[in-house]
Design a binder for this molecule. Structure first.
Ligand SMILES: *Cc1c(COP(=O)(O)O)cnc(C)c1O
Length: 367
């Protein structure tokens, strides 16, 4: 059967998104220029369970502002997982601080608290756990370490909108957090993000530095060199509609994972997303990790799948293997990162296509 190229991601756009965006396009100007932005921020804050939410032009911008809001800067060290998207170390560097890489856990693929402990120095100012592929990091352990060592915690919650940790939403489990609505994420605004915090001071500082350092009380008077990471009202209209459908979108992702799990779950040496006890995962990215010799390398497998019109993504590479960062010994990160693949899991994927992907996979893995 020819499905065309089966892609790893792709959004679900309903009539609601079209209606909101058209309305913003036609009416969202002048006195209504921030109507959707305000609604999106208010509903998002309520959904996460925090006081403040601020729309941004990307998840990267949201994370940068979260770090700035928490007072991270020159001379500080921020501990981040070795396996995550390049935005994480980059935003740390933007502030003048240094990213320090800790190892990840074998099953959750998130930051390993035991490794964090080994990376703490007198310069450590913050920990930035990343909720990989829709899982949630071990926040109880990370927050306990932070408390003992007087560190700030900033969640990279970009991939985990809609997940739960002991009944609470990621983004509400630390001092500040960033979310992403980039086109491959669970909910999309094209490009876009949201910075959230429960802390008035963190929010004030992030808002100030995120508005070119504007004083706020006197128009065009600035008291610092800041940044501009605004989202447009038109994008916020799209985001609001997606947020109002978030339960449906997470349910679709979970359904897709379950289809894969039923077909690949019992293969010896092939690991899939694992849900820790305290967590309800969003299954943003259904993924596999090859943990034994299947007679084919990870990259060969991806190449052969591409020939059969199945798009996949490699896991993020270990950051300290990049030439511009300091090599760090994180063995689990290397084992997982170089053997992991994200499978096609756009929310519009059908069971028929999952069936085809799994058939091809089993054939190529010789099982
Ligand atoms: C998507 C993502 C980001 C960055 O989001 P952008 O909106 O593309 O800037 C950061 N961290 C992780 C883990 C992500 O998955």
């Amino acid at each position: 059967m020819d499905f065309g190229m089966i892609l790893t991601a792709g959004p679900s756009i309903s009539q609601k998104e079209i209606d909101y965006v058209l309305d913003a396009l036609q009416n969202g100007w002048n006195e209504k220029l921030s109507e959707y932005i305000d609604r999106f921020e208010q509903e998002f804050a309520r959904f996460i369970g925090v006081k403040h939410a601020w729309t941004t032009s990307s998840g990267t911008g949201a994370l940068h502002l979260a770090l700035l809001g928490c007072g991270i800067g020159e001379g500080d060290e921020v501990i981040i997982p070795e396996v995550t998207f390049a935005a994480c170390p980059n935003v740390v560097v933007y502030t003048g601080a240094k990213p320090v890489f800790a190892d990840i856990e074998e099953d959750s693929w998130c930051l390993d608290p035991k490794s964090v402990l080994r990376r703490i120095t007198p310069k450590t100012k913050a920990i930035m756990p990343v909720h990989m592929y829709g899982n949630v990091s071990d926040m109880d352990a990370i927050n306990a370490i932070a408390k003992e060592h007087h560190l700030m915690v900033i969640e990279d919650a970009c991939p985990s909108i809609g997940a739960l940790y002991k009944g609470k939403r990621p983004g509400s489990l630390s001092h500040a957090a960033g979310f992403s609505f980039q086109g491959a994420k669970i909910m999309v605004t094209g490009q876009g993000g949201m910075m959230v915090t429960d802390d008035d001071e963190v929010f004030k500082r992030a808002q100030w530095l995120g508005s070119h350092g504007a004083d706020g009380s006197i128009k065009f008077w600035h008291t610092a060199v800041g940044y501009k990471y605004y989202m447009s009202n038109i994008q916020a209209a799209l985001g609001l509609a997606q947020l109002q459908r978030i339960d449906e979108l997470v349910a679709l992702k979970t359904q897709i994972f379950n289809w894969y799990k039923a077909r690949l779950g019992n293969i010896e040496g092939l690991a899939m997303n694992t849900q820790p006890e305290k967590v309800t995962i969003t299954y943003w990215m259904t993924s596999i990790v090859m943990k034994r010799d299947f007679g084919i390398t990870r990259d060969e497998l991806m190449g052969k799948m591409k020939e059969r019109k199945i798009d996949t993504r490699p896991f993020f590479y270990p950051l300290s293997d990049f030439p511009h960062f300091e090599k760090t010994d994180n063995p689990m990160a290397r084992q997982v990162a170089y053997n992991g693949i994200n499978l096609p899991c756009g929310v519009n994927l059908t069971e028929e296509k999952v069936d085809y992907v799994c058939k091809v996979l089993r054939e190529l893995l010789h099982i």
